[in-house]
Every structure is written in C-alpha cells, then in structure tokens.
Design a protein. Sequence first.
Length: 174
Amino acid sequence: MAELTDQRQISDGTVRHMPRRRRQQMSPVKMRLNFTAMIDVIFQLLIYFVVTASFAIDEGILTAKLPEGTGRTEKKLKIPHRPIKIRLAALALPYECRIELVGLGRSPQNFKELAELLAAYQFNDQNTGGVFEPDNPVIIEPDHNVSWQHVVNAFNAAIKTRYTNVAFAQVRDK
C-alpha cells in the first residue's frame, strides 16, 4: 500500500498522504510552444520582403546657384551658333596627326595647345572676349587613317574646356 501513496510535507510540518494516481491527475500541465509554425511564417515574410525589395539608387540632389538680384534681365547680344570644327589628318609618320581648327585660322601643334585655343575662344565669366558659348557645337572630323587615340584626345580637349555639345562627324575618306 505504500507504493500507491506518496507523502507530501506541508510547511507547518504535517504530512499528508496522496495517492499516486491523484497526484498524476492533479499535476500541472506543462505548456510547450510549437515554434515550427512561427519559424515558417517568419521565413515566408523574409522571402516576401527580399523578393519585393527594390534596390534602386535614390535620386541625388543637384546643387544649383540661384542668381542674385532684382530679377531684371539684361539685354545682351545672342552669339550665333557656328560650329567649331576640329579636323584631324594623319601624317606620314606613324601615330602623328595634324590638328586644324577650320575657319579660325590657327592650327595647334598638339592637343594641349588645342585645349588652350578652345578655352581662349570660349565666352564665359573669366573670358568675356570669347566668341563661342559653352553650348556651342564642337564637331570633330577625323580622316580614316587617324588613330583612335587622337580622336579621343581631341574630344578630351573639348570636354576639358567645358564645351557641352561635342559631336563626331563621319570619317572622311581620302
């Protein structure tokens, strides 16, 4: 009969006997959470957010200097848009070319001098004596024997002097 009962001592020192069956029936139920379903939902949400996320680059902020003054416009002469033509012709020596500014009467010896001439002809705040605006067309006309590097150097000279409308003409045949 001792096997069927269990002694339980209460804090005041009295001992109570309780059958084992009753103790098993009265024992508190231990709750366990089922984490499997919760983890499945978390992974589904993670996959959803990864698939629907867009990784586009945000628009940048363009800095602009607004003009100061009363808002009066000055009447100034509009400079005509006559294109600046840069002709490149291959010479007999390999990797050499002749540079010609068509209609301007000067032929630079190298691309550094070309950039200096283009800067001297450009009208801007530093050079008010120039005749060409920065958005004036600059056309590079290479012949078919000119090395591509010379064409790129002419393009770089025009961009370096802040001309914004640089284009290439069709390659001239002999």
